[in-house]
Design a protein around this ligand. Structure first.
Ligand code: GCO
Ligand code: MN
Ligand code: MN
Length: 390
């Protein structure tokens, strides 16, 4: 065993990449493609080579929007062969409701009822495709569900239309016996000026209003919450705590910028450390999906470096998290700061007597105030561990 083997990705790590991530050719709003087109089977070969477990796709990453049924069948056959050859599974499927110009005003929330119906049809067909490939998670990212000007519609109507669409798709899922769970992905803006469901928290509030809330959860993305200036971990933790963390999009992002889709852990090492620590501590068992892409300066060798880097950084942070948990000084601090005085009345679940006792109790605020909260030390210990000096 070489010293690097412990950072080698293995199937049980459940690392997945979208076809659109390693297949990203570096086109941006200002400049053209820098990498040649690779076919889906070639991209699966690349993922096999770097040691990924899964590949995810939008319908049209694999099957062109106007493919004939015969073309569809051949493409799917070849793709499945490539997956089998490389021992790669398709854990998640999704639908492009943003690329074609027909969606310029949104998909499920577009003003034109024809567009809304077409969006449903396209999503149902994408669900058929995902089911054919064995996917059990279906991501919905409403990149075009938003506005540049709020003169165009009442935003409450947009929420109603979105609810109607997700309800419809849940019924289709049941009727077809696909067994999908849906994972809703929020983003504050880009490509629209403003997107309606701007944060994971918005979706967590939306889901209980659905006909089948049990079928629907969230797919938080590091970059998206960071763009909104939020603490990603806090959103993920709330999703987890409410049983709604159905998928996760890992990448990295500097705040206050366009969507950068950077290699996981390459921008905010410390916050991604806490994220990995959380996912591992709660034993999140879903895919670790990297929704990111290589720098535009790279060729496909660099794309492999990028993909390997995402997985390696995750595994290194996982190791650091284990070290952090095993650290006696850290554990002693945590124990100390969470301990209390056993003579205080019990809180937790309300009771009339308990409330009377609590109201009658005399708290020693001075003593409480003097208790040390050595978070400077705690954070520095974290930094020492991250920098490898502890
Ligand atoms: C983005 C999004 C997408 C979605 C993908 C899945 O900002 O472009 O993150 O990459 O995750 O479309 O639906
Ligand atoms: Mn994104
Ligand atoms: Mn994403």
């Amino acid at each position: 065993m070489t010293s690097n083997d412990k950072y080698q990705p293995r199937p049980e790590h459940k690392f997945s990449f979208g076809l659109w991530t390693v297949g990203n050719r570096g086109r941006d709003p200002f400049g053209d493609f820098v990498r040649p087109l690779l076919s889906p089977p070639e991209l699966v070969d690349l993922l096999g080579e770097v040691g990924a477990w899964g590949v995810n796709l939008h319908d049209n990453d694999l099957v062109p929007i106007d493919a004939t049924p015969a073309e569809h069948d051949k493409i799917v056959r070849d793709f499945k062969k490539a997956c089998e050859k490389n021992n790669i599974v398709v854990p998640m499927a999704t639908v492009s409701l943003f690329f074609h110009p027909v969606f310029r005003d949104g998909a499920f929330t577009a003003n034109d009822p024809n567009v809304r119906a077409y969006a449903l049809q396209k999503t149902m067909r994408a669900m058929d495709l995902g089911a054919e490939l064995g996917a059990k998670i279906f991501v919905l990212w409403g990149g075009r569900e938003g506005t540049e000007t709020d003169s165009c519609r009442n935003p409450a109507d947009a929420v109603k239309h979105l609810r109607e669409a997700v309800n419809y798709l849940c019924e289709y899922n049941t009727a077809q016996k696909y067994g999908y769970t849906f994972a809703l992905e929020a983003k504050p803006n880009e490509p629209r000026g403003d997107i309606y469901m701007s944060t994971t928290g918005h979706y967590l509030a939306f889901i209980p209003t659905l006909d089948h809330p049990e079928m629907v959860g969230v797919n938080p993305e590091v970059a998206h919450e960071t763009m909104a200036g939020l603490n990603f971990l806090h959103g993920v933790a709330q999703a987890w705590e409410s049983g709604k963390l159905f998928h996760i999009d890992l990448n990295d992002q500097y705040p206050g910028r366009y969507d950068q889709d950077l290699r996981f852990g390459s921008a905010n090492l410390k916050s991604n450390f806490f994220l990995v620590k959380f996912l591992e501590e709660v034993k999140y068992s879903g895919p670790r999906h990297f929704d990111a892409h290589a720098y535009r300066t790279e060729n496909y060798e660099g794309v492999k470096d990028f993909a390997r880097g995402c997985m390696r950084t995750y595994l290194m942070l996982k190791e650091k998290a284990e070290q952090w948990r095993a650290d006696k000084e850290i554990q002693a601090i945590l124990k100390e700061v969470t301990s209390g005085n056993s003579s205080i009345p019990k809180t937790g679940k309300y009771s009339k007597d308990g409330a009377s006792a609590l109201l009658a109790h005399n708290f020693d605020k001075d003593a409480m105030m003097k208790k040390r909260l050595p978070y400077e030390r705690l954070d520095q210990l974290t930094i020492d561990i991250l920098l490898g000096t502890r």
